[in-house]
Design a protein around this ligand. Structure first.
Ligand code: SF4
Length: 327
């Protein structure tokens, strides 16, 4: 593997779901959940994928994880594609790329002890030869996830833990396989505000200390700004802006990013941002507008926005945005 090869790369990825016909004379309809996404995540990098509910970010994560089959496009892990690289096995993919879901209450089996829950991936992948080796890896994963001393948690059941501790168990279940990439889908949105920062700090530390690449999926620009090195803003199945976190926060180029940022609270009563309230209907992934998909809600749309579909263009410093007015 070349040192410049990203940990994960997505090339022109599409994921559509067929939903059938509305009537006998109508055409088949599809939900275009992911509609031509290209991005990459470097080794040890944290990338925030931000967008409103229904924009396709969770479908993108499930497709990256291999839980949904892409309709078109490719996904590479360290330059390897499990579809075309016959020597690369899908099981290896699953071990290297792990997912942390939103709801730690639903992610854990209420009848399994914490020790058995974290040990299960090792058994599925056949990675340990005996019980002492397995116990040692489980304890290490729990401690890396901040549950110390780990032996105190091994025989407990999920209902005996707080929400934050449960999400740490979920993270330990991912860490036990020593993954290279973690896809964290809204990992703190179900948790109390007081423990959100703790979990985000834990993920940040894991990225820094173990070189794990993290895709942090969220609708919350505030936590994304706190957490990630880079940000990708998604709208209706597409990335509309991508760049280093500070570049995008200080100088958002796409009108959608500007609108999202305008409603993020600023912790300074003297600073007031002008709120941009988007008009128009919420986006519908079955009927994506022609031209720029954002044009029905865009406050600065012009006539040609209805006709031309803008692509991401480089604006300098690897900051990219998809808006015709930036060309
Ligand atoms: Fe708005 Fe037009 Fe730019 Fe789309 S291309 S974001 S509609 S100005």
């Amino acid at each position: 593997m070349n040192a410049e090869t990203p940990a994960m790369e997505v090339r022109n990825l599409y994921k559509q779901f067929q939903i059938g016909k509305r009537g006998i004379f109508s055409k088949e309809e599809f939900v275009r959940a992911v509609d031509g996404v290209s991005l990459s995540i470097g080794h040890g990098e944290t990338l925030a994928l931000v967008g409103e509910s229904g924009c396709g970010k969770s479908t993108l994560a499930l497709t990256l994880m291999g839980l949904e089959k892409p309709t078109q496009g490719s996904i590479l892990f360290e330059g390897k594609d499990p579809v075309t690289d016959k020597e690369y096995h899908f099981k290896e993919w699953c071990r290297n790329i792990q997912m942390v879901f939103q709801d730690p209450y639903e992610s854990l089996n209420p009848l399994m002890t914490i020790g058995d829950t974290v040990a299960e991936p090792l058994q599925v992948h056949g990675l340990t030869k005996n019980k002492p080796e397995r116990d040692e890896r489980v304890i290490r994963a729990l401690e890396d996830a901040g549950l110390k001393p780990a032996v105190n948690f091994l025989n407990r059941l999920p209902h005996e833990l707080s929400g934050g501790q449960r999400q740490r168990v979920v993270i330990a279940g991912a860490l036990v396989l020593e993954p290279r990439v973690i896809l964290a889908d809204e990992p703190v949105s179900m948790l109390d505000v007081s423990i959100r920062a703790e979990i985000l700090n834990l993920l940040k530390d894991l990225s820094r200390d173990k070189g794990i690449s993290i895709l942090y999926i969220t609708h919350d620009l505030g936590t994304a700004a706190y957490f990630a090195d880079r940000i990708a803003v998604m709208y209706l199945g597409r990335i509309v802006e991508l760049g280093a976190m500070l570049d995008v926060l200080n100088n958002p180029k796409h009108p959608y990013t500007q609108a999202l940022l305008s409603v993020v609270p600023v912790p300074n009563p003297r600073l007031r941002r002008k709120r941009i309230i988007l008009a128009g209907d919420p986006p519908n992934a079955i009927k994506i507008p022609t031209g720029c998909r954002f044009h029905p809600r865009c406050p600065i749309a012009v006539q040609r926005c209805k006709e031309i579909d803008p692509q991401l263009v480089e604006l300098g410093g690897k900051h990219e945005a998809a808006c015709l007015l930036l060309n």
